[in-house]
Design a protein around this ligand. Structure first.
Ligand code: NAP
Length: 284
């Protein structure tokens, strides 16, 4: 039987640690405040935003909501982000993506101050990650590192293969596994003979965005498989990019969907919120 990597338990553990840390900060008169900006009322975004606000409340992070209408212009949103950058009471800024099509997401991401970039998407945060400087880590890949470490799975010296090279998962995942001394291969839609590459993996991270794409023949016996994907199957149940039923028996450890990577993303966002204050205090 493979080890089931329990993202629900590990994310709760992280949130409890952060709750303790913010309580201590509060005693020292230091508060943490996250500004959450949503443009329009896409139902999925509203659920994500509410979950983030709930997590803030649990941990003791103040959250300030900015709910803007769909017609908000790029200049108006930029002006709000600039105001939040200047606001000394706001430690972190989160602009919920995706933004309406008429707004250039890259421009908005670049407008957020790198010191308040809790999503870790600003080019400065990405650069810091690659050169090994302290900075905000992209939440989903950072959560995967925590899943591995807290499940007792060593990364050093392992063959790590990532399927997918997106800016929010695949690429930062590569940087983080490299930082942990894994030997890293990144695959994508132009990779020749994907199966041959994925079968080399001791640790296989799948972020391809295709329902149950990775079947048992892509996986080496005894591998650790991390499934980032999030979909609904024909019965409307949540499932991942990995065909769990065929793959799990071949693995030594695997994340389920739901309850694997998903809960870690918010936990690591909360960690980045607290990190805004840790960074400031360390430089005082
Ligand atoms: P994405 O931006 O769509 O990127 C998908 C990547 O997969 C691309 O790099 C693409 O290659 C590659 N790919 C597509 N078809 C392929 C194939 N046949 N063989 C090899 N590679 C292939 O996706 P994403 O944003 O990284 O998200 C991936 C999945 O994770 C989605 O299901 C998403 O919903 C989920 N997700 C979950 C969380 C969470 O918190 N649990 C967070 C983020 C994302 P090219 O670059 O060549 O096009």
């Amino acid at each position: 039987m493979p080890q089931l990597i329990d993202g629900k338990r590990i994310s709760q553990q992280i949130k409890d640690e952060l709750k303790e840390e913010t309580a201590k900060l509060k005693e020292a008169g230091i508060r943490v405040c996250l500004a959450v900006v949503q443009v329009g009322n896409d139902p999925a975004s509203t659920i994500y935003v509410n979950n983030k606000k709930k997590a803030c409340a649990y941990i003791g992070i103040e959250s300030r909501s900015y709910e803007l209408p769909e017609e908000t212009t790029e200049d108006e949103l930029t002006a709000l982000v600039e105001r939040l950058n200047e606001d000394r009471e706001v430690n972190g800024i989160l602009v919920q993506l995706p933004l309406p099509a008429h707004i250039d997401e890259d421009r908005i991401i670049r407008t957020i101050s790198p010191d308040k970039d809790v999503d870790g998407f600003h080019p400065v945060s990405v650069g810091r990650l690659w050169i090994g400087e302290r900075g905000f880590l992209s939440c989903t890949p950072a959560g995967i590192i925590q899943l591995l470490k807290r499940s007792g799975i060593a990364i050093e010296g392992k063959e790590c293969v990532i399927v997918g090279r997106s800016n929010i998962v695949g690429k930062p995942m590569a940087a983080l596994l490299l930082r942990e001394n894994g030997t890293v291969t990144v695959t994508h839609s132009r990779t020749k003979d994907l199966r041959e590459v994925t079968r080399r993996a001791d640790i296989l991270v799948v972020a391809i965005g295709k329902k149950q794409f990775i079947t048992a023949d892509y996986v080496k016996e005894g591998a650790v498989v991390i499934d980032v994907g999030m979909h609904r199957d024909e019965n409307n149940h949540l499932c991942g990019d990995v065909d769990f039923d065929s793959v799990a028996p071949k693995t030594s450890a695997i994340t389920p969907v739901p309850g694997g990577v998903g809960p870690m993303t918010i936990a690591m966002l909360m960690n980045n919120c607290v990190e805004t204050v840790r960074r400031r205090e360390d430089t005082l």
